[in-house]
Write a protein of this length. Structure first.
Length: 534
């Protein structure tokens, strides 16, 4: 008895490979699950449909989930039959999220009303016909060609539809890179994980992650998580090993470090700037990588490029929340369903210091200048403004994070350079075989699109021609291609696996070869990398 009390009171550290998956209704929380309108459509048009399909034939899902070619498909990945638990989750979702189900139907009804009854005359009579879940939260309007549309008053919808009760964190230890794809598989309980029902915005979430550096007893952690009878599960999250003390770069010039995908840390002039945070966890026999332990103690600015699940990773952001100064996000289009406000999403998740930037806006912080640069493409030709590239400048160093810009107009970056001057370093994505329109945005569509249209309108990033034109326009000295979701620890959010015959690999190889022939340094990144600009 004395030994058990002693163990529960010893001060230990939260393990660096303790993952905390943010969940909403037991589904992995990505940006579209936070705003009420997009969440409603995903509940009815993605989650319930997947669960119904699984309940009708769990064996078919299990077989499909084994096929790597179907990794991004709507197939629940569990090796054993979990039908009973999925059935409970489905019933719970329908009961506890009934108002969201109504909101989803109201969005379909509103689109029908606007399409059928707005004929160029005054829209005032139609306000009385707005479905009840949306009344007072939408504005109807025409464009200059008399085409009708509506916009959502997003802040009012957040007030009307509160999702905090559906939020939780799933805590578990990461021992490999194998995790189920986020769009297809709800997170069910198992003996290795702890399910903590807690709103993302709670200060207790920050308290949990502080235990990586400040020791805590098993009893104190159990009390924080509100769990009883799970002493062994709580204890496994803790370790006697203190983490490596975080350090800032204090050398000459600027240093950038690549953490995988589109996550790059720039340290310059006493500032730390992090783009699209998405880091891995350390574990035994892991492939070479940078992790949370390689970040500085404070990050002055986080730059988010767009609201896709592989660029706004709440799992990484929540662990950094009390170490971030300001998050910069692109300004959105003002209430259109397909373009929810990133600022409101982050505020709802407890991030207080979020600044919106319009195209070519600049923020100056001492010797560092951060500028929002136009970003075309990768959004299936939808009217979406919440996307931006970022230009970081300090002294003679200038780095453009072009994200997944498709560079649809080769004249764009010539116009940019006319205002910014030459840009020394460019990072660009080349996932030029992107997913079709319906893969991400399908739940938001109130009517099925033709297959030809769906396949034509893809979330494509740059090909060789586009990236080459970008490099020429800004007169860069070096260019780096992101790994495009190839790092194994990111498969659970990207589902991408390329080989040497895949078009993005072929196109990026052509780009690198062409640039090197022209005397420009070029490389496709993978896993981790580092360079000091002097």
């Amino acid at each position: 008895m004395h030994q058990r009390r002693s163990m529960s009171s010893r001060k230990l550290f939260l393990r660096s490979n303790c993952a905390a998956e943010p969940l909403i209704d037991r589904w992995y929380a990505w940006p579209h699950l936070v705003p009420p309108a997009t969440a409603a459509r995903n509940v009815t048009e993605r989650h319930l449909r997947i669960m119904d399909s699984y309940l009708s034939d769990p064996e078919a899902h299990a077989e499909a989930a084994k096929n790597p070619a179907l990794a991004g498909g709507p197939f629940v990945r569990y090796e054993t039959d979990r039908s009973d638990e999925i059935a409970v989750l489905r019933d719970t979702t329908c009961r506890e999220r009934a108002r969201l189900v109504e909101l989803s139907g109201a969005l379909t009804e509103l689109e029908t009303i606007v399409e059928q009854e707005a004929r160029g005359y005054s829209l005032e009579p139609l306000y009385e016909k707005v479905p009840a879940p949306l009344k007072g939260c939408v504005e109807l309007a025409y464009d200059l060609r008399n085409r009708p549309s509506y916009r959502l008053l997003e802040p009012l919808l957040y007030g009307r539809f509160d999702s905090t009760a559906a939020q939780s964190l799933m805590l578990s230890l990461v021992s490999d890179d194998d995790r189920a794809f986020i769009f297809s598989t709800p997170r069910l309980d198992d003996h290795r994980s702890l399910h903590w029902r807690i709103p993302f915005a709670s200060a207790q979430v920050d308290s949990l992650f502080r235990f990586r550096a400040a020791p805590v007893s098993c009893a104190e952690l159990s009390e924080l998580l509100g769990v009883r009878g799970r002493d062994e599960a709580v204890a496994q999250l803790l370790s006697e090993r203190a983490p490596r003390p975080p350090k800032r770069y204090e050398g000459p010039g600027s240093r950038w470090r690549y953490f995988g995908h589109a996550c790059v840390l720039v340290e310059t002039q006493g500032r730390a700037i992090l783009t699209d945070p998405a880091f891995s966890y350390p574990f035994a026999n892991a492939s070479p990588r940078l992790t949370l332990e390689d970040l500085p103690p404070f990050i002055d600015f986080v730059l988010l490029t767009h609201a896709h699940q592989d660029h706004v990773l709440l799992e990484s952001l929540l662990q950094l929340r009390d170490r971030i100064g300001t998050i910069l996000v692109p300004r959105n289009s003002g209430g259109y369903l397909q373009d929810p406000s990133l600022k409101l999403i982050l505020h709802a998740c407890g991030f207080k210091h979020v600044t919106e930037m319009a195209e070519m806006d600049e923020l100056v912080d001492g010797p560092v200048r951060l500028q929002a640069i136009p970003f075309f493409g990768e959004h299936c030709d939808l009217a979406i403004m919440s996307k931006t590239a970022w230009l970081v400048r300090a002294g003679q160093d200038s780095i453009l994070f072009a994200a997944d810009s498709r560079n649809l107009s080769h004249a764009l970056y010539k116009e940019v350079r006319a205002q910014t001057g030459d840009i020394g370093t460019v990072f660009v994505g080349m996932e030029c075989d992107g997913a079709p329109l319906s893969w991400i945005y399908g739940p938001l569509l109130t009517r099925r699109v033709e297959r030809g249209i769906d396949q034509s309108r893809r979330a494509n990033a740059s090909d060789c021609a586009g990236a080459l034109a970008l490099a020429e326009a800004v007169r860069c000295r070096e260019l780096y291609v992101y790994a495009m979701g190839q790092e194994p620890w990111l498969h659970f959010i990207s589902s991408i696996r390329y080989d040497e015959d895949s078009n993005p690999i072929i196109e990026s190889n052509r780009l690198i070869e062409t640039l090197r022939e022209r005397g420009i340094s070029a490389e496709r990144l993978f896993g981790s990398a580092e360079k000091i600009l002097t």
